[in-house]
Design a binder for this molecule. Structure first.
Ligand code: AP5
Length: 210
């Protein structure tokens, strides 16, 4: 299966991708995670990406397309989270897959309102070691702001400040939302209501895929 998750920031794409990957053993390509890893390691790519990410705007297409093309080459199945984010990236993805004689099998759009997003993202925490995602309101760790698995202090993403979240939402509506129509026209789009319990949403995702 070659699955694409689309949705605004905080829609639950990363949470569902991890759950699905655990259940089905399909690898995840998350461009956000890849960029954050590079920022953490202070690579050349990380230094370029950092300033865009901190503002909540898109990293230039040529950089992103190269990263994804490299990541896709050897994978027959994958869950793509965070790419494509605009029409140019979607067309580039079509070409990459065409060259590999492959195509997307499922595109799932997580539909969710802005207020729920702000609520979720201002209370999101992340383990800097294993990248497990928590939420202080909806999915807290057992001990106050410490990762259940790694026992290290959880962190807040730099782009989870309210003013940056609002900017990311604007970028999503202008650049990424048009992809809903793009994939609808291809006949592979399914829409899921993103509000609700993590388990409930996972059920809906699996129902589409299985
Ligand atoms: P990226 O990391 O892709 O961020 P995003 O798309 O904005 O998505 P998020 O990771 O914020 O949200 P999510 O939907 O994964 O939600 P999550 O599951 O964590 O990108 C970051 C930046 O990198 C971009 O702004 C850009 O600069 C750059 N970038 C990345 N890809 C790019 C590209 N292709 N081109 C250009 N630039 C690119 O859940 C959120 C919270 O809610 C968590 O706390 C979670 O525990 C909680 N939660 C999840 N599900 C539920 C639920 N059902 N109920 C209650 N709480 C829930």
């Amino acid at each position: 299966m070659r699955i694409l998750f689309i949705g605004p920031p905080g829609a639950g794409k990363g949470t569902q991708a991890k759950k699905l990957s655990e259940i089905m053993g399909i690898p995840i390509i998350s461009t956000g995670d890849l960029l954050r890893e590079n920022v953490k390691k202070n690579t050349e790519l990380g230094a370029i990406a950092k300033k865009y990410m901190e503002e909540g705007v898109l990293v230039p297409d040529d950089i992103m397309i190269k990263i994804v093309a490299n990541a896709l080459t050897d994978l027959d199945s994958f869950i793509l989270d965070g790419f494509p984010r605009n029409l140019a990236q979607a067309q580039a993805l079509d070409k990459m897959l065409e060259n590999l004689n492959k195509s997307l099998t499922h595109v799932i759009y997580f539909d969710i309102d802005d207020e729920e997003i702000i609520k979720r993202l201002t209370s999101r925490r992340l383990c800097p070691q294993c990248n497990k995602i928590y939420n202080l309101n909806f999915d807290p760790p057992a001990r106050d702001e410490v990762c259940d698995q790694c026992n290290v202090k959880l962190i807040t993403r730099d782009d989870d400040k309210e003013e940056v979240i609002r900017n990311r939402l604007r970028v999503f509506k202008e650049n990424t939302y048009p992809l809903v129509e793009y994939y609808e026209k291809k006949g592979i789009l399914k829409v899921i209501e993103g509000k609700g319990d993590v388990g409930e949403i996972n059920e809906k995702v699996r129902k589409i895929l299985l």
